[in-house]
Design a protein around this ligand. Structure first.
Ligand code: GLN
Length: 534
């Protein structure tokens, strides 16, 4: 079967949820028996989002193959339950890098290298890359930004060419737009959408389907107006009404027949009735919790929920399996002191200390960890959170006052967390970390094993510093045990405290692998421990 291509563009405003709409459509097509993947094209110049501050662009999502990507790939994986890879996220920076490298190598044979055709050809090559593997029947490409932006233009042109080359049966453009409600006039307004479609038309692209974000249902007359003035069939005007949770969106799209409309245009027959049993069970549990727990999320990027997107989503998945509503209270680590720690952490049933970089906020994290360790409150430390747990234990239990991570104190005499030998000479910041999936062997007598029910696991990493195994024996003698180790390098990946109800620190990022259909076992068990503590 010829691979079918769907492009999703955005109009009128940013933040309309192109990622969620793309993931929901993909989910429905997958539920109808098709193999689908989604890719994201970001119009910024950074080669990847790895060097972006989380305040700029939210969390950096890491794939199995070690790509540092846009957080929308997290939604794709959480919805589809299929891993993505480097090929699923391309930025303008990467496109230009490829073209410029080719130019330097003389591959253009003296030609003038231009946006059209060289940049647009490279974009088209990337559009089709996953199609060449024949693994996917349908490929959805989300174009970042809003149409009309200067930087989106090469993508829109490349998309126009693809649509022209492949035709309507193999390629389509879905335009996600916004229908504002004017409360004074008590009316939904279609004009911004009409204008946004005109912007697309001025680049030669006629959208095939309109998906309309709205706070109020679209009446038949509004739908007819949109269809008439935007040149689409009435059945191609899809309402995307605000939902209680992003996980409702696939079912809302099913009701609006987005998937059927797509299949009809592609002249494809559904392979089966949509198989969404597991999805619906999850939603049922999510919406009818029997219990609730309060979890403190100690981090330093708390102003922006997107900075910890995957952690928040993992709590939703883990809460649902446990039929428990998880209230997450963001706690700014910089604001925790010895004096206020009791007040800040009281009434919480569990504490997660988040990943992060740099020195800021470290002290507060260490104070919080000491408190939960001494008060038997379930603790889950991720990456920097695990490293802080080791530092705290070395300082307060082994009595090594100046124990530290060399990330915070380069000249500490007791580097319990240290940079890896092979990383020492790297000064360039982009893409120089331990990234991607690594194996880890678990000790049978551990909370980790209890959760995974397996001695061999694979988890994703994104960090420079490591547990310094010089201190492993001393820590173990006092009760902090390395329960997960990389079988090849011997690097410690998990630490636990023996005489504590649930104290688990992991060097990897479990939050990146939690999906609706496979909630992450460590999150599930952390919530269980918090429920027991509540
Ligand atoms: N800053 C720490 C390191 O580089 C932890 C990174 C993280 O939490 N992702 O090792």
């Amino acid at each position: 079967m010829q691979t079918k291509y769907i492009f999703v563009t955005g109009g009128v405003s940013s933040s309309l949820g192109k990622g969620i709409i793309s993931a929901s459509l993909a989910k429905l097509l997958q539920a109808r028996g098709f193999s689908v993947t989604i890719q994201k094209f970001d119009p910024y110049i950074n080669v990847d989002p790895g060097t972006l501050n989380p305040y700029e662009h939210g969390e950096c999502y890491v794939t199995d193959d070690g790509a540092e990507t846009d957080l929308d790939l997290g939604h794709y994986e959480r919805f589809l339950n299929v891993p993505t890879s480097q090929a699923n996220n391309v930025t303008t920076g990467r496109i230009y890098q490829t073209v410029i490298n080719k130019e330097r190598a003389g591959d253009y044979l003296g030609k003038t290298v231009q946006v059209v055709p060289h940049i647009t050809d490279e974009i088209k090559r990337r559009f089709c890359l996953l199609g060449e593997t024949e693994e996917y029947e349908i490929i959805i490409s989300e174009i970042g930004g809003t149409v009309g932006d200067i930087e989106s233009l090469p993508y829109v042109e490349a998309m126009r060419q693809m649509r022209w080359e492949l035709g309507a049966v193999d390629c389509m453009v879905i335009h996600l737009t916004y229908i504002p409600y004017l409360s004074a006039a008590k009316e939904l307004k279609t004009k911004p959408t009409q204008h946004s479609v005109k912007v697309l038309l001025s680049s030669g692209v006629q959208p095939d389907i309109l998906v309309c974000r709205t706070e109020h249902p679209l009446s038949l007359s509004i739908r007819k107006k949109l269809a008439l003035f935007c040149n689409v069939e009435l059945s191609s005007v899809i309402e995307a009404i605000d939902a209680d949770t992003i996980y409702d969106v696939p079912l809302l799209m099913l009701k609006e027949k987005l998937d059927k409309t797509v299949l009809k245009k592609f002249k494809l027959k559904s392979k089966q009735d949509p198989e969404l049993t597991q999805w619906k069970t999850f939603l049922g549990k999510l919406k009818n919790p029997l219990r609730e727990v309060n979890i403190g999320l100690v981090g330093k990027y708390n102003e922006l929920q997107d900075a910890y997107k995957s952690i928040y989503e993992s709590f939703i998945h883990a809460g649902a399996v446990n039929e428990c509503k998880v209230h997450v209270k963001p706690i700014h680590s910089e604001q925790i002191t010895d004096e206020n720690v009791y007040d800040v952490l009281k009434n919480l049933d569990g504490i997660l200390v988040a990943p992060g970089f740099g020195e800021r906020g470290i002290n507060g994290k260490i104070i919080a960890i000491q408190y939960v360790r001494e008060h038997n409150i379930p603790f889950f430390g991720i990456c920097l959170g695990m490293q802080c747990a080791v530092v705290e234990f070395a300082q307060n239990v082994l009595d090594i006052d100046d124990a530290a991570s060399t990330e915070v104190d380069e000249h500490t005499p007791h580097p319990v967390i240290d940079i890896m030998e092979e990383q020492k000479n790297i000064t360039q910041l982009g893409g120089t970390m331990r990234l991607g999936s690594y194996k880890c062997e678990l000790k049978k007598r551990s909370h980790a094993y209890k959760a995974y029910q397996n001695t061999s696991i694979n988890e994703r990493h994104r960090h420079r510093y490591e547990f310094n195994d010089y201190y492993e024996k001393q820590l173990a003698e006092k009760g902090m045990i390395a329960t997960g180790v990389n079988p090849k390098s011997g690097l410690v990946e998990i630490v636990e405290i023996k005489d504590h109800p649930w104290f688990v620190g992991v060097q990897f990022h479990p939050e990146l692998k939690s999906t609706v259909e496979n909630p992450h076992p460590l999150f599930v068990h952390f919530i269980k421990a918090a429920m027991e503590n509540s």
